[in-house]
Ligand binder design. Structure first.
Ligand code: MG
Length: 434
């Protein structure tokens, strides 16, 4: 039996309940309203709510963009809502394409985010109409729970070792290992930084060769402590030159990584061909991708091992189930991006895909405060190294709008939040591209 009084999928009683439920929703629901709801401290999270003309039938999706929140709200409410209102929410594929082509130019990150969140909301509605969780609509469960990895960090090896130990104790089998923030291990400060006398920064500066030596040393130490059983990943966050990325992948081979993440930036994807010829360290990339041209050849030429797009940024559940199918044909696995500023609705969409995709690899986790979870009843549960989806119809997650409003804080206004992405610099001042 599904939770919350929704019909279940088997048994006569269930069929009666299903029939009753279906009668509650007249055929041919129509989209009545498409609105954005900002939440979390400072309004970092943006949730799109698609309401239909059927009593109580609505869906939610994630359109969060930490750096351009107002622009995405404009796209959803000013450009896409007028296209959607009056349409049948059941025809997701047609609506997706209608939205994608509505501005002629397409596949941009912000448009894709707006479409991605609306797409999630439409799948949520479809699940509620059918009385089934979204993963059942996608083909059903391929696994009983979704393995996930934790983010271990420390400013030095001793701190990192302690943090990895904490995750292993909790039951994780895969742990991402970083020396502090992105590029950590490669930062120099004070006299070591050798700054010019007209330096642009007094912060630590990034040196890719220092980093190139630090990361293999880090994994050497971790393998000595944890042996071969624990699986490790590391996120380069595109901090190094392409040839240094290849050198790093080669030097990491002895430590048997689960994968090396974001070794190359979106502008240098062609270097994955050389990477493949040179190093057997598994490669994961994709969190900056929004255009199919960015992932198609990487997958079809078998240049990567894990695709890591963020579900909302790549165009939602509809786009990601196609990406997963493409990947399956070429032996590539999924590792949808989460973490950082992602919201609970994007996480729910990712985990429904994880349940239904045979070539699932691993799921990144997210951290929510108790009061944030209360604003999103039905949010994905984590126990040990696994994520668990509930069996409620749709995405199984709701938005308590009153509680969501309280998360914003007293000083919040819709225009108040704008935080440009923080960039690192080299000693001479050159920006490091993430
Ligand atoms: Mg990354």
């Amino acid at each position: 039996m599904h939770e919350g009084g929704f019909p279940c999928r088997s048994g006569n009683g269930a069929n009666e309940a299903l029939s009753r439920k279906l009668k509650e929703f007249e055929p041919m629901a129509k989209i009545k309203k498409v609105e954005c709801i900002r939440t979390r401290k400072g309004g970092v999270w943006t949730i799109v709510k698609v309401t239909t003309d059927q009593d109580g039938l609505y869906g939610i999706g994630s359109v969060s963009d930490m750096y351009n929140p107002e622009a995405v709200v404009q796209i959803v409410e000013q450009l896409l809502a007028p296209i959607l209102i009056g349409k049948d929410p059941a025809n997701i594929e047609d609506l997706w394409n209608t939205m994608s082509l509505s501005g002629y130019w397409r596949n941009g990150a912000l448009l894709q985010t707006a479409i991605g969140g609306i797409d999630m909301a439409l799948w949520d509605i479809k699940g509620k109409e059918a009385g089934l969780p979204v993963y059942m609509l996608l083909g059903g469960a391929c696994r009983s729970a979704v393995p996930c990895y934790g983010h271990a960090g420390g400013n030095d090896i001793a701190e990192l070792r302690e943090d990895v130990h904490r995750f292993v104790e909790e039951g994780y089998t895969v742990v991402r290992c970083q020396l502090g923030g992105y590029g950590g291990g490669g930062f120099l400060k004070g006299p070591q930084a050798k700054l010019p006398d007209n330096a642009w920064t007094t912060d630590s500066v990034f040196d890719e060769h220092v980093y190139l030596n630090a990361i293999p040393r880090m994994f050497e130490q971790l393998r000595l402590t944890f042996g071969p059983e624990v699986q490790f990943t590391h996120d380069v966050h595109e901090h190094v030159s392409p040839i240094v990325a290849i050198q790093l992948a080669k030097r990491l081979e002895p430590y048997g990584l689960f994968y090396l993440e974001d070794a190359l930036p979106p502008e240098q994807l062609g270097w994955y061909r050389q990477m493949r010829q040179q190093a057997a360290t598994p490669q994961a990339v994709g969190e900056l991708f929004s255009n199919p041209r960015e992932w198609t050849e990487l997958v079809s030429e078998r240049l990567i091992d894990f695709i890591r797009v963020r579900v909302s940024k790549a165009g939602g559940i509809s786009a990601c189930r196609k990406i997963a199918a493409l990947c399956e044909a070429f032996g590539v696995r999924t590792a949808w991006q989460e973490g950082g500023e992602n919201d609970p609705v994007n996480q729910a969409a990712a985990v429904h895909l994880d349940m239904a995709i045979w070539n699932f690899g691993i799921q990144e986790i997210n951290h929510f405060r108790p009061e944030e979870r209360e604003a999103f009843p039905g949010a994905i549960e984590r126990r040990g190294g696994y994520l668990y989806v509930n069996d409620r119809p749709g995405l199984g997650i709701d938005l308590d709008e009153a509680k969501a409003a309280l998360l914003l804080g007293d000083d919040w206004s819709s225009k108040s939040y704008h935080q440009p992405y923080k960039l690192d610099r080299k000693a001479d001042g050159t920006l490091v591209r993430p």
